[in-house]
Design a protein around this ligand. Structure first.
Ligand SMILES: [Zn+2]
Length: 446
């Protein structure tokens, strides 16, 4: 990134000064481009191949605009919590992991409450990606699982001024003190651990790999050294994380950002990472609906407009600090654009389609449970704006219980018999019981 290059140049010129200390604190939050460089060192075809693929996706995404199908894609997730014996707080509780899934579902379905903060000028270019995430209920051997693997380790991962990718990659290997991936074509593997070498001031929040290994790639063009998926620093993870770092806001968007990379999307200031699309204020990330900008933002500066845009039907927009693929503060981010969504959905339809047919989610009892009683009850409308009605073809009393995404029972406002109101956007579950049967349905409040 340009800012980083500038600071690094100053670091080299000025040596150890107070400015270089500042530079160290402002190094990349995201290791995506470091991962790409690292993998390219291992295989000189790698960078060219993923850039060629990206440029093709961009052409298609720009041409497609809003012509997406309406199907919802569900991505199976496995978390590998790799925690160091010297720091047991890295062993994050299940509730933190589950809440991270909720953040992904809100952000990728545009159900996040903070969309109200988005400046209205962006309304024509943002959307619902219609992608959801669920913890795997079957492991690669077909056995039941909660989708969470926990590994206690004595190994230290990462650290250094530039991210030590070779060290970080160990977290993905059991034999090196980490946790082996589950079949990467059928699971989104997310490792959670200390990837800053135990630093008291961690700077790298997360890393992810782009889709790779396309059918037309040369044999052996995917280096095995860094496994497919995302790696997240434990204190940059989740939004109810009791040990979240305090130097910056952490509300779950580290993972939203890295999963964006995993699904093919680049930084909104991609041009500053090596000129993939020409000059600063040129084509930037290549997408016509993300405003061009001269650098990734740190903070939440809503007045900055570094480049003049010609977004179809919209014209010029300021730098988009609301975009999940910027470096802006996490509580400033709230949106993906249609172009970004087009890329992610295309990647799921093609390069990552193994996720959509994965046995990882077959016959999961979590979420929507299918049985004959389900045919007799109706929950409507769904999605709703908060008022939910429940009816049954059997004229009988129903016991109705609502749960939030954490599985905690909640008490919605009772408007009448079998009519309820939930006042907060999100994904919920409602369990409906008769005297003889029970069904749980997922409901969405927009
Ligand atoms: Zn990134």
């Amino acid at each position: 990134m340009k800012l980083f290059n500038k600071l690094f140049a100053l670091f080299c010129l000025a040596g150890i000064t107070s400015l270089s200390v500042q530079a160290q604190q402002q190094v990349d939050k995201c290791g995506f481009n470091h991962a790409v460089e690292y993998l390219n060192q291992k295989n000189p075809y790698y960078k060219q191949q993923i850039n060629d693929a990206y440029q093709q996706w961009v052409i298609e995404a720009n041409a497609k605009q809003n012509k997406n199908d309406k199907s919802i894609y569900v991505v199976p997730v496995v978390f590998h919590v790799v925690w160091n014996s010297n720091n047991p707080q890295e062993n994050l509780d299940d509730s933190v992991l589950i809440e991270q899934i909720n953040v992904l579902n809100e952000d990728f379905r545009r159900l996040n409450a903070d969309t109200v903060n988005m400046r209205s000028g962006f309304a024509p270019v943002v959307g619902d990606a219609q992608i959801e995430f669920q913890l795997a209920c079957k492991d690669p051997n077909g056995n039941a699982t909660d989708g969470i693997v926990r590994v206690q380790t004595s190994t230290t991962f990462g650290g250094g001024f530039l991210p030590d990718m070779a060290s970080i990659a160990k977290i993905q290997n059991t034999s090196q003190g980490g946790s082996d991936a589950w079949n990467t074509s059928e699971y989104l593997n997310i490792w959670v651990g200390d990837i800053n070498g135990g630093s008291a001031t961690p700077s790298l929040l997360g890393v992810a790999t782009p889709p790779a290994g396309l059918s037309n790639w040369p044999a052996n063009s995917i280096p095995p050294e860094l496994t497919d998926g995302a790696i997240i620093h434990y204190s940059a993870f989740g939004r109810n994380n009791p040990v979240a770092m305090t130097a910056t806001v952490i509300n779950g968007r580290t993972v939203t950002h890295e999963v964006g990379h995993y699904l093919g999307v680049r930084h909104t200031a991609e041009n500053t990472f090596g000129g993939l699309f020409g000059s600063i204020c040129g084509d930037d990330d290549g997408l016509t609906d993300t405003p061009n900008c001269d650098q990734s933002q740190q903070g939440c500066n809503a007045t900055r407009n570094s480049c003049t845009d010609a977004i179809p039907g919209v014209g010029d927009l300021p730098d988009m600090v609301e975009n999940y693929m910027d470096y802006s503060d996490q509580d400033c981010q709230n949106s993906f654009t249609t172009g970004q969504i087009n890329i992610m959905r295309s990647v799921l339809q093609n390069e990552r389609n193994g996720l959509l047919t994965s046995p990882a989610l077959s016959n999961c009892v979590v979420g929507v449970e299918e049985n004959s009683f389900a045919d007799k009850v109706t929950v409507y409308p769904n999605p709703s704006t908060g008022i939910i009605n429940i009816s049954s073809t059997e004229n009988e009393d129903l016991k109705i219980t609502f749960y939030n995404g954490l599985g905690q029972a909640i008490q919605p406002v009772v408007l009448g018999k079998n009519q309820y109101q939930i006042n907060k956007q999100g994904i919920y579950f409602v369990n409906i019981q008769s005297k003889t049967a029970s069904v749980t349905q997922k409901i969405i409040v927009k």
